[in-house]
Design a protein. Structure first.
Length: 195
């Protein structure tokens, strides 16, 4: 079973997270940040990951620590669940329409944690959520998950739709990259022999 369960406690947050890569899209999400709950719920569903996240954070300050620390934990969980990445497809990408928004996401399980973010979110907030925190989540996930992630906005004027398209696209791209290649289930997908 490709899964991970972990916790992370700091002076700012207390996160408990469980991830199963080969799931059905079930989720139990309670982060204290309503918009992030929504994004993680649809992330699980569209990636067909089973995901449980509970967080108690210093949201009386703002949502920054909660969002970043959950990104860190999710990245750690992907890294643990993928192991040496043997048998994975390695790459995944999708061009995802979300109403007027059109978002390109691409993932490489490269072992090199990098984010390339070309997004133009028109408002500073969606509800009480600071829209700049979407990038912080993706940065933390990419770094701790040792994966290269590209996110590019090709169209869009509604901040909610733009961010939702990015999360859905990431889920589908990650699901494709993490899938087992039935032709080469024992092979590490790199000429170096390691990722």
């Amino acid at each position: 079973m490709r899964a991970a369960e972990l916790s992370r406690t700091t002076a700012e947050t207390d996160v408990r997270l469980r991830l199963e890569l080969d799931g059905t899209g079930l989720s139990q999400i309670a982060t204290g940040c309503g918009f992030l709950d929504h994004m993680l719920t649809l992330f699980a569903r569209h990636g067909r990951f089973d995901l449980s996240v509970q967080c108690k954070g210093d949201t009386n300050v703002d949502d920054h620590h909660t969002v970043e620390d959950i990104g860190i934990c999710l990245g750690d969980a992907f890294s643990e669940a993928l192991g040496d990445k043997r048998g994975t497809v390695r790459y995944g990408s999708v061009l995802l329409p979300m109403d007027e928004a059109l978002i390109l996401t691409a993932v490489d399980l490269s072992g090199r944690g990098m984010l390339y973010w070309d997004m133009h979110i028109p408002t500073p907030k969606v509800g009480s959520f600071d829209t700049e925190l979407a990038e912080e989540f993706f940065i933390a996930l990419a770094r701790r998950g040792d994966m290269t992630i590209h996110v590019r906005q090709l169209a869009g004027s509604n901040s909610h739709h733009i961010i939702e398209g990015a999360f859905k696209g990431l889920a589908r791209s990650l699901s494709a990259a993490a899938a087992i290649d039935s032709r080469f289930p024992l092979e590490i997908p790199s000429t170096k022999g390691v990722l």
